[in-house]
Ligand binder design. Structure first.
Ligand SMILES: [Mg+2]
Length: 173
């Protein structure tokens, strides 16, 4: 069902900078053991090239606990690679989410069952759909602004959430 594929497993209503990591470790279904992260508007603000300080702090803490992989639809290997290199984590650009190919390769590299991997992103029709198609634990975060707080003008997410609800998805964000 499309509506189930568009429903994130968790929509905490925060940006990634305030996503409570402990909740991912303490799940009754077992801990999340790796994170696949969208980049544009999830880690980087729309026109920004630098990580908000609070997001960087969150990412460094997360990276100390488990492997991370940056998975972006952005074709710019320079933009995505710069962030990945700064954090010292692997990345995939031009991932073509919601198509599953690139994400499938990431899962193979991680060598973990999909349900133990969380996909964190700001877009329902690319990030959440791709993650749900392959059975990952999907987390919809608010688009981030330069100060690490939710971007006040996230028209795309507002539109997508409205559209996915219309299609029957249960999105709280
Ligand atoms: Mg994004």
């Amino acid at each position: 069902m499309l509506s189930a594929l568009l429903t994130p497993d968790w929509a905490p209503g925060t940006t990634v900078a305030h996503l409570p990591l402990q909740r991912l470790l303490d799940r009754p279904e077992g801990p999340i053991r790796a994170l696949v992260l969208d980049v544009d508007r999830t880690l980087l603000p729309r026109r920004g090239v630098d990580l908000p300080a609070s997001a960087e702090q969150w990412l460094r803490h997360a990276a100390s606990l488990m492997p991370l992989h940056l998975l972006s639809n952005n074709p710019s290997r320079q933009r995505i690679g710069r962030v990945a290199q700064h954090l010292g984590v692997p990345f995939t650009a031009a991932a073509a989410k919601p198509r599953a190919g690139a994400l499938r390769r990431v899962l193979a590299d991680l060598d973990l069952p999909p349900h133990q991997v969380a996909l964190v992103g700001d877009r329902v029709f690319t990030d959440i759909l791709a993650g749900n198609r392959l059975g990952l634990f999907t987390v919809l975060v608010r688009p981030i602004a330069a100060d690490g707080e939710p971007c006040p003008h996230d028209h795309i997410q507002t539109f997508e959430v409205r559209m996915s609800r219309w299609l029957g998805a249960q999105v709280e964000a």
